[in-house]
Design a protein around this ligand. Structure first.
Ligand SMILES: Cc1cc2nc3c(=O)[nH]c(=O)nc-3n(C[C@H](O)[C@H](O)[C@H](O)COP(=O)(O)OP(=O)(O)OC[C@H]3O[C@@H](n4cnc5c(N)ncnc54)[C@H](O)[C@@H]3O)c2cc1C
Length: 383
């Protein structure tokens, strides 16, 4: 390991091995920090169907060093087509090519495939990964953070990064005054299906209140997603998933959607999820503990940018920890990190929430398309 003399934190604990936590581990190891990562799931699994990604996410993949793996195992494409329920295309949201002229401006991949690419990169970075493990106590003083773990170990660190997602235990322990996640009034259904030849980029059908979409996730598969208004986040019986998803698509007469609908049956892999959001408007750091990703800015998926902003948090946090100008001052690094991140993350969370409100109300499709365009342009700015 290198000496890393200029880091404002050298011994670092990351709680949570999702996209944000793994990205932080990879970047901090590049600086020579000693990194422990604890992940509560013994199998380090990632659930769900496909995940859609914009140009800013692909740019972050390049910085992380996983862009080639994404291009090999996922699907990259340009633009998001907007269609009427019976099929005709009425517009397209452009997705600028941010990585370079040869790399499309967006794409999608199966969630477990992306998680496995990042997990391999995390292990290869030299991060010490502890699976099936979490913290039991966090105590900090001016010089360090003492942590006790669920497997009986303990450690002292310069910095603890909470990357344990929407229902973060680190947030509850260290930021007890933080808001709780709020249900948005919308739920999303997702299913992975064989990819028909004409599905070569993201496409969404603008129903009055229900919005289906498709995106290729590899050369042979695509995922279908459907958002719908739901007054509560009450449990839905999985035995009814196929029937309910088919019913949501019944009024969409586009022949492609009808063919996809016909493929949905009792054996289909369908994921149902009520959509929740959260934005921590106060400090994201307290002493030697900082929060990143969904712990502080969980967004509904309307801009397909939740993973993006969590991964970008990791890149920016590592940059600020390595910045010599902070002269060993961790507080200065953490404050600079939040200054660089807050406005961009607020924009994603609030604009995504507004898109959801428009969909729930059956509101103005022009406003919907404008917010999508403007948000993707804002995300194209450097971080
Ligand atoms: C339905 C849905 C669709 C979405 N679609 C998209 C999309 O298309 N594009 C996009 O960019 N984003 C999308 N998102 C958002 C994206 O999934 C999240 O923003 C992203 O996964 C956040 O990553 P994270 O690492 O911050 O948190 P998480 O993914 O939640 O990871 C947290 C990790 O911490 C672990 N953990 C939890 N508690 C503890 C603990 N106490 N101790 C140790 N470990 C713990 C968990 O097991 C997990 O591995 C979507 C979100 C939802 C809900």
């Amino acid at each position: 390991m290198s000496n890393a003399p200029s880091l404002t934190a050298r011994r670092i604990l990351i709680v949570g091995g999702g996209f944000s936590g793994m990205s932080a581990a990879i970047q901090l190891r590049k600086l020579g920090a000693e990194v422990d990562l604890v992940e509560i799931d013994p199998g380090w699994r990632s659930y769900g169907a496909g995940i859609s990604l914009g140009g800013a996410t692909l740019r972050a993949f390049k910085t992380l060093g996983i862009l080639d793996a994404f291009l090999e195992h996922g699907a990259a494409s340009d633009g998001v087509k907007l269609c009427l329920p019976h099929g005709p295309q009425v517009g397209e949201v452009p997705t600028p090519r941010l990585v370079g002229p040869d790399v499309p401006g967006g794409g999608a991949i199966m969630r477990p495939v992306l998680a496995s690419i990042l997990a391999q990169a995390t292990r290869a970075s030299g991060t010490r990964v502890h699976l099936g493990c979490s913290f039991t106590h966090i105590r900090q003083d001016a010089e360090g953070v003492d942590v006790e773990f669920s497997d009986g170990r303990s450690g002292r660190y310069d910095l603890l990064i909470g990357a344990d997602g929407l229902y973060s235990a680190v947030r509850s322990a260290v930021f007890p005054d933080a808001p709780s996640p709020a249900y948005s009034g919308q739920a999303v259904w997702r299913a992975v299906l064989p990819r028909p030849a004409e599905v070569n980029s993201a496409c969404m059908w603008m129903g009055p209140r229900i919005k289906p979409g498709v995106n290729p996730v590899s050369s042979s598969e695509m995922y279908l997603f459907v958002t719908e208004p739901r007054p509560t986040k009450a449990h839905v019986d999985p035995a009814t998933f196929a029937e309910q998803l088919r019913a949501l698509l019944a009024d969409f007469q586009d022949p492609l959607l009808q063919r996809l609908r016909a493929q949905i049956g009792p054996d289909s892999q369908i994921v149902y999820r009520p959509l929740e959001g959260l934005l921590l408007r106060g400090d994201w750091h307290r002493g030697r503990v900082v929060l990143i990703g969904d712990t502080v800015h969980a967004t509904t998926p309307h801009l397909a940018s939740g993973a993006c902003i969590g991964i970008e948090d990791a890149l920016v946090l590592a940059e600020e920890i390595g910045r010599t100008e902070h002269d060993g001052d961790l507080g200065a690094s953490l404050a600079a990190f939040q200054r660089r991140r807050y406005e961009r993350c607020r924009m994603v969370v609030e604009n995504s929430a507004r898109l959801g409100e428009i969909e729930i109300a059956g509101g103005d499709k022009e406003e919907h398309a404008r917010i999508m365009r403007e948000s993707l342009m804002a995300l194209a700015q450097p971080i």
